[in-house]
Ligand binder design. Structure first.
Ligand code: SF4
Length: 314
């Protein structure tokens, strides 16, 4: 609930519990605990994710700051743990490094408050734990990613640091796109792991690089976003825009043709303008001039001014 303030939490609890919840954090925690504990007590089956799975020992590691993972994994009779194949790490010794990196990058803590290491169902003599433990290991497109140029995304430990550092997601919040994987890394992972929806998310980035800088496992997110855009551009852009970009790419390689085209475009815009402003642009430019006025271009282009200046200086 780090993306909600205490007023939003109070409003949510009031709605769910049919009471007027106070805006005091300690009182809110008491209300939530009283309500949720009872539900946990009555549940027969608990489903959790897995943060890391250790191949050497068969250990499942679940990290939560609220304790909900531990309650779900120990109280019900059956525990089902769902994990992607990329969660598997080789040795128990590696886990210490990952736990430290995860907690520091996610919330700045030395370690996540509830870090549970699970080795199986309850044994005789154990005070708690489920009678049955089932581990579901998901591929769901991950092997395909592993074999693609996007394989680095499988290094992600879901710390959320890129989400918190991103100026776009700072403004819109983590749940804006309704994806399980929010933020910059989610823009790449969401369309690859799901049904292909969310391909346009890669465009919700200024490519400032804040995500790559903060990422503890150094995933080059902006590079991957650009690659994704290149791959998806053909599918996402309308035909006229693809044709315009194709023409732009060809003309921009020939300076003389580019300068001539610029002069024609400036002459056209000057002709369409009134009183020094273009208020109703032609074609696709109209969408822009509907909400903004565009000053008509000067008589001489920048490159002409620059050439004359250089000529004067020499
Ligand atoms: S991409 Fe990096 S910063 Fe973003 S959630 Fe994954 S590990 Fe954390």
């Amino acid at each position: 609930m780090m993306h909600k303030n205490r007023r939003a939490v109070a409003a949510t609890l009031s709605r769910a519990l049919g009471l007027v919840a106070p805006e005091d954090p300690a009182a809110l925690a008491r209300h939530a605990r009283g309500y949720l504990r009872d539900i946990f007590r009555r549940c027969d089956l608990g489903v959790t994710g897995v943060n890391f799975a250790v191949a050497e020992t068969g250990t499942l590691c679940i990290c939560t700051n609220e304790g909900n993972g531990r309650l779900t994994a120990t109280r019900p009779r059956v525990h089902i743990a769902l994990m992607g194949i990329e969660k598997i790490i080789p040795r128990l010794a590696d886990l210490a490094v990952f736990l430290k990196v995860l907690a520091r990058s996610a919330t700045g803590q030395p370690i996540t408050v509830y870090t549970s290491l699970i080795h199986g169902p309850r044994r005789s003599g154990d005070p708690d734990g489920p009678e049955q433990l089932h581990v579901v290991i998901l591929d769901a497109g991950r092997w395909a990613i592993q074999r693609s140029e996007y394989r680095d995304v499988l290094r992600c430990i879901r710390c959320g640091a890129c989400l918190n550092a991103c100026p776009v997601y700072q403004a819109i919040g983590g749940h804006a796109y309704g994806s399980v994987y929010p933020g910059p890394i989610g823009s790449i992972v969401t369309p690859m792991l799901g049904d292909g929806t969310g391909a346009e998310l890669a465009y919700a980035s200024s490519l400032c690089g804040a995500c790559q800088e903060i990422c503890p496992v150094r995933i080059a997110i902006p590079d991957l976003l650009i690659r994704w855009r290149q791959m998806e551009a053909g599918r996402l852009l309308p035909a006229w825009e693809r044709a315009a970009l194709w023409a732009y790419a060809r003309i921009a390689r020939h300076p003389a043709a580019w300068a001539r085209l610029g002069r024609w475009a400036m002459a056209l815009l000057r002709r369409l303008g009134r009183g020094g402003w273009l208020r109703r642009g032609p074609g696709p430019l109209r969408a822009w001039t509907t909400v903004r006025d565009l000053p008509v271009p000067q008589r001489s282009a920048f490159r002409e001014w620059w050439a004359s200046r250089k000529g004067g200086a020499s």
